[in-house]
Design a protein around this ligand. Sequence first.
Ligand SMILES: Cc1ncc(COP(=O)(O)O)c(C=O)c1O
Length: 379
Amino acid sequence: MKIPVCSPVIPENAKKYVCNAIDRNWVSSRCLDEEVNYLKKLEEGFSQYIGVRFGTAVTSGTTALDLAVAALGIVPGDEVIVPDFTMIATVSAVIHNGAVPVFVDADPGTWCMDATRIEEAVTEKTRAIIPAHIYGYPCDMDAIMETAERHGIPVIEDAAEAIGTVYKGKMAGSIGRIGCFSFYANKTVTSGEGGMLVTDDEELYTKAAMLKDQGFGEPRFIHEEIGFNFRMNNLTAAYAFASFEEAGEYVKSKIRNARAYSELLAGIDGITLPPRGGDDIVNSYWMYGILIDERQFGLSKTEVRKRLKEEFGVDTRDFFYPMHKQPALLKKGFVKDGSSMPVSWRLWEKGMYLPSSTDIRPEEIKYTADALKRLKKRG
Ligand SMILES: Cc1ncc(COP(=O)(O)O)c(C=O)c1O
């Protein structure tokens, strides 16, 4: 059997909606035909689903984050607190805007930014905090918001991996001032590439919508601000909207798949399962991650990954490589000398994620779990 780590589900209405937009000739980011205005349908539908008033569609999760930092008026010399254990887009958004990232280690229980370590990272230059909900599990948002509010610092939630994640009754992405989502091909709602910035703050929304569109205002071609072209086009929006229509089902499948993995892998020495959440926390399990303890399991995670692929055809991925070890960030001097982030380093050393396609079949989950058990026995 060959099992990919993640392949996108093609939504039922994708072709129909994309063809509708083509047939009516509304293919750019401007659409004046209500019936095929998929940008508007997506922005309104998605922000409502997240539980905020406004959403503006962009070209990726990365550009959503870049735009969020810009919309908050963050400028060179400012500092922004970011997780050490994340995908680099959380950090590059800060650097693209000329600001300085300040890293915080991960929490060993949630794999997200350790909320108890944020206070020590705050200085008089701190202008934002960007927690990232890792692999679908939410950060400790109560603690993060408490610290942020005490210092008057806005929070941008990097919810790229957290469509459908719930924290104490609120959707991830709706708790901070701004939420940023990705619609990349491996995301739960996808259009191949794409993203969305959401907020409840009308002023911020208006600024973000203006900045993503080259800073155009009235009269046209007179610009008060230097903006970007981060506009999503209506063809991408048509596809994304078809995918979004199925979001509820996709999230249910992700959770069902994760439960199946957890039942099959429970109690195996040397395997740590992902955080489960509780009554008021829903892990949407964007990816099903595990930690392999080499001493107890008998193989390192690198050996496990290699053998799963070579002997069983099961594709997996490494966890994120910690930011404080990234050559690009070291070269540019963004990492303080002697920085040590032991939790995020341990996550990298031990962590991998298993095949997590939304439509993975139960027999594929069982096959993967059995392969892990056989590796453990054989060593
Ligand atoms: C935590 C996190 N932030 C941001 C992004 C960037 O999203 P995109 O790939 O759509 O640019 C990703 C993508 O995987 C991510 O995992």
